[in-house]
Design a protein. Structure first.
Lengths: 388, 144
């Protein structure tokens, strides 16, 4: 059986408040990817529309998008796994192509978070938790990740300064990313200055600077079977490995609070499928919705032993010049996190890296890249390994 | 003439804001009314569940009995929130936490009268029923 290749990637600018409707937002990412792939809508056999639910007035956005993007009468599917929706969309598109059912599939991720107020948004994010047994206590995403941060700090001596280092790195590259929502520099001093917004408490021990911003945005990845990928594209990027896992929504059903089991399980599956180890990864995108999440990702992906993620960031090993560059596009922390679009944006960055098209943030000749995308609070895990 | 059957929607009484009204575990609320926090145990395979479940995923039995969450659990981790979702503003600040009872864990809140500097991971705490200012029922973790 042939390989499955990525022949085009695109994304909209990630912005605080998109001045248009969701179909218009989706059009931006789709158009960017179609131009990148240099194909026409007639070449697309099916579409996967990916987002987190309850942000839109529009029910069943897939149908609206298929029409607006010129993808009628081809079938369309809606994929939902919170923040990992578009990575899971890629996984499902891979299976559609691999099965021979479709030759070319577009995966369109989007989220217009500004459709609702920030507090309503937090309420919905909280309801990504167990609404029967957790949400009545007033849960929110930052507080859940804060619980992981506290457990990690207590077990391993990870410090608030280490968390700040992750944000400083993100901002270093966010400034270079013209599609990022947050393009200002961030320094460690901002976190120690009690007057500075970055140091403001959100959910102890996490501060404002430890959290990514909500954003509006869309992304698009176009995959094709090997024959079409070679016909349409001079430098297709191949999907080498895929991994996915789930765990208990309710934290009471979990045993590990210093890492995300779904990240580790998805990584192990993806490495095995690709026939490689973490040593072969030249560049990675990880799900840094909060600073602690990036440190846990280093460990769950095997870039560092459990508890030693802090050493990587202290040694700047995950900077562009380091041994394993991570999130050199600014990550979620700087790009912003339009939930359903995030996975596609991460995949886009790695594809551009593997095509030597990443510009200022280009890592030197990467052969293999990895995307780690998490949905909910370590609820859904997806790891994708790509190669040139 | 048959009496009109009333809907058992007791679960809407759980927590500051409940997002569930009808569940087969509605008796949980009845037990809270009686001052008890209870989980369920599968009568067929003995597996214990907290939060309580109506169905056992291990042996597919739906024969459950209630057991009381008693004794102490170890504080695994917590976070104190400075911002809350819609409907929880009046509770701020408050801390959510997890206690480990070994056979199961309990997710909930730390009692509001415990200052954050008196909270340390690993400390033993108890799970106690509390009635909230809005007359809803919940439980909190208290120092032993
Ligand atoms: Zn059973």
């Amino acid at each position: 059986m042939g390989k499955v290749g990525i022949i085009g990637v695109g994304q909209s600018n990630f912005v605080r408040q998109y001045p248009g409707s969701i179909r218009e937002l989706a059009f931006e990412g789709f158009k960017d990817a179609m131009k990148h792939a240099n194909i026409t809508t007639g070449n697309i056999d099916a579409s996967m529309i990916c987002s987190a639910p309850e942000y839109d007035k529009q029910r069943s956005p897939a149908g609206i998008f298929a029409e607006y993007l010129g993808l009628n009468p081809q079938p369309t599917f809606y994929v939902e796994s919170l923040c990992s929706s578009s990575s899971m969309g890629l996984r499902l598109a891979y299976s559609l192509v691999k099965s021979g059912l479709h030759d070319v599939v577009a995966i369109i991720g989007f989220q217009k978070m500004s459709e609702i107020s920030s507090s309503e948004s937090q309420e919905r994010m909280g309801r990504g938790a167990d609404i029967q047994w957790e949400s009545p206590f007033g849960t929110m995403m930052p507080a859940y990740y804060a619980m992981y941060a506290r457990a990690h700090m207590d077990a391993y001596g990870t410090t608030l300064e280490d968390l700040a280092r992750v944000r400083v790195k993100a901002a270093t590259y966010g400034q270079m990313n013209e599609k990022a929502v947050y393009r200002k520099p961030v320094t460690a001093e901002m976190f120690s200055d009690t007057e500075n917004r970055m140091s403001g408490p959100v959910a102890t021990p996490l501060r404002v600077g430890d959290c990514c911003a909500n954003a509006d945005g869309s992304s698009c990845i176009i995959v094709a079977n090997e024959e079409k990928a070679r016909a349409f594209c001079s430098k297709p990027v191949w999907i080498l490995g895929l991994g996915a896992a789930t765990t208990s929504v309710n934290l009471a059903g979990r045993d590990l609070f210093t890492g995300l089991t779904v990240g580790k399980q998805a990584a192990d599956q993806a490495y095995q499928m690709a026939g490689i180890t973490q040593k072969n990864i030249d560049v990675a995108e990880v799900h840094d919705c909060f600073t602690i999440a990036e440190l846990m990702a280093y460990e769950n992906l095997g870039f560092a032993k459990p508890g030693e993620g802090k050493e990587l960031i202290r040694g700047k090993e995950t900077y562009k010049e380091g041994t394993i560059p991570v999130n050199v596009d600014g990550g979620l922390l700087s790009k912003g996190h339009p939930i359903g679009a995030t996975g596609g944006s991460q995949i886009r960055t790695i594809v551009l890296q593997l095509r030597d098209e990443a510009g200022e943030i280009q890592v030197r000749r990467p052969e293999i890249g990895l995307v780690h995308n998490i949905g909910g609070v370590g609820l859904y895990g997806s790891v994708t390994i790509l190669g040139r | 003439m048959a009496m009109k059957k009333e809907t058992d929607d007791r679960f809407k009484k759980f927590g500051t804001v409940s997002f569930t009204a009808i569940t087969k575990t509605n008796d949980f609320i009845g037990h809270l009314e009686n001052g008890k926090v209870m989980g369920t145990r599968c009568r067929d395979c003995g597996l214990e569940f907290f939060p309580p479940r109506a169905d056992c995923f291990h042996c597919f039995s739906s024969h459950m009995e209630w057991f009381e969450v008693s004794g102490t659990g170890k504080l695994i981790t917590y976070s104190q929130l400075e911002f809350g979702p819609v409907g929880f503003e009046d509770d701020l600040p408050y801390a959510i936490a997890i206690l480990d009872y070994e056979d199961f864990k309990v997710f909930g809140r730390i009692a509001g009268d415990i200052p954050e500097d008196e909270i340390t991971l690993g400390m033993e705490m108890e799970t106690k029923v509390t009635r909230l200012p809005n007359n809803q029922l919940s439980y909190v973790f208290q120092k032993v």
